[in-house]
Design a protein around this ligand. Structure first.
Ligand SMILES: *[C@@H]1O[C@H](CO)[C@@H](O)[C@H](O)[C@H]1NC(C)=O
Ligand SMILES: *[C@@H]1O[C@H](CO)[C@@H](O)[C@H](O)[C@H]1NC(C)=O
Length: 168
């Protein structure tokens, strides 16, 4: 009896564990603790350096934190020209969560006058591949919330399993 229950618990652990992994999405903090600011003159590629060191997948989100500034999603041409006249997305509430809802390339610029020209812009490439990936290895600043949740759940189920085998 005890071994049957622990087998069921183990199967549930694996099942829910895998399910959580397949829907795990990440919330990346753009620019880490500094947030979304005009980069210093000696570090104008900072956002693209950061973005190219991370792996973004469909369903992930990027979080922009800023003061007296804004964030826009624009076309590739407008990104190059720092043209803020017709963004496809605009936010200036200081706390913008942008969901990467499809694969491909996203272009972001600051809408504040002169900021994009100084390097406050970023290209984010979202991978097509939906298979298992190695998020944990990507350096940089992001909250890896989901794997911790999975870990805690597995731990909880493990504890339950121990209790079940002890009681029964
Ligand atoms: C830029 O300059 C600052 C201060 O002068 C320095 O602390 C920082 O390491 C430099 N950053 C890069 C990427 O060179
Ligand atoms: C921005 O793009 C619009 C539309 O394509 C164009 O009319 C305008 O001249 C551009 N502005 C700048 C500063 O390049």
């Amino acid at each position: 009896m005890a071994s049957f229950i622990s087998q069921v618990v183990l199967l549930l652990t694996i099942f829910f564990g895998l399910q959580s992994f397949s829907v795990a999405s990440f919330n990346f903090q753009v620019g880490g603790t500094k947030g979304w600011i005009v980069p210093p003159p000696n570090d104008t590629d900072t956002y693209n350096d950061w973005a190219s060191n991370n792996r973004f997948r469909v369903g992930d989100s990027i979080h922009f934190r800023y003061k007296k500034d804004s964030v826009m999603e624009v076309s590739g041409g407008d990104y190059k020209d720092c043209n803020a006249t017709h963004p496809t997305f605009f936010s200036n509430n200081g706390n913008t969560l942008f969901r990467l809802d499809h694969s491909g390339t996203f272009y972001f610029i600051s809408g504040a006058s002169g900021h994009c020209e100084k390097g406050q812009k970023m290209i984010v490439r979202v991978m097509v591949d939906e298979s298992l990936h190695d998020h944990a290895k990507s350096s940089g600043y992001h909250d890896a919330i989901s794997p911790i949740g999975v870990f805690e759940m597995v731990l909880l189920l493990f504890v339950l399993e121990c209790v079940a085998s002890y009681v029964i």
